[in-house]
Design a protein around this ligand. Structure first.
Ligand SMILES: [Zn+2]
Length: 222
């Protein structure tokens, strides 16, 4: 579903755990799409066809899913990245993730084409899409968040949710780093906070004041 301009959100609505996905349409040089966190292929418990649903939803928005050309992964957990391997294989989409997550991806049989580092990322087709990547560890060592200053959008992965944060007890997690990452991101000017899961809320938090209040609540948990 369209959020603003060429930015679409796909809120997971199944019963098993899976992530929310976000897509910038027609932003690559060849007119292709940028997809963030495509999620599971099939969910592990009930076998819900998560990737199939995602691709159908993209098509329902009038977009051609075969034009997915680049996949950014906020981190390496299978509920965010499993479908990236299939889309890489089937569509030739490039997969990008922080270097510290790559070993885990490879241990799952996945491949990485590009490494993300903290800094500016410019994608271009007619008009450029200027993003800023933040290295935001805490949930995992190479977790990144993606900021789109043009529209004040922050794609937060599993760092923060509505009134909660990602787990810090998984391998490579760290409450201290989580606290620092939350502090850093809470200073950004954000109108749309796009979370990695629909935990108790769809995970698309709108409005500067609401987002500030959310950062205040989750910041006080550490
Ligand atoms: Zn995760």
């Amino acid at each position: 579903m369209k959020l603003i301009d060429n930015l679409y959100h796909y809120i997971w609505s199944g019963q098993d755990n899976n992530c929310n996905s976000y897509l910038f349409a027609n932003v690559l040089e060849n007119g292709g799409h940028l997809l963030i966190d495509p999620g599971h292929i099939k969910t592990p418990h009930r076998g819900e066809a998560a990737l199939e649903r995602l691709l159908r939803s993209i098509q329902d928005d009038g977009l051609d899913p075969t034009l997915i050309g680049l996949i950014l992964l906020t981190h390496c957990h299978p509920d965010h990245c499993e479908s990236a391997f299939a889309l890489r294989r089937e569509l030739g989409a490039l997969v990008a993730i922080h270097e510290s997550e790559a070993a885990y991806i490879k241990s799952m049989g996945g491949e990485v084409d590009l490494y993300l580092k903290e800094g500016d990322l410019r994608l271009g087709f007619e008009e450029s899409l200027d993003l800023r990547i933040f290295h935001s560890p805490g949930h995992s060592p190479g977790h990144v968040t993606i900021y789109y200053p043009g529209k004040k959008v922050l794609i937060a992965g599993d760092l923060v949710f509505y009134r909660s944060t990602g787990r810090t007890d998984l391998p490579g997690g760290s409450p201290e780093q989580m606290k620092e990452s939350i502090e850093q991101l809470s200073k950004l000017d954000v109108e749309y906070l796009l979370c990695g899961h629909p935990y108790g809320h769809p995970g698309v938090i709108k409005g500067k004041e609401e987002i500030k209040a959310n950062f205040a609540v989750v910041g006080s948990m550490f």
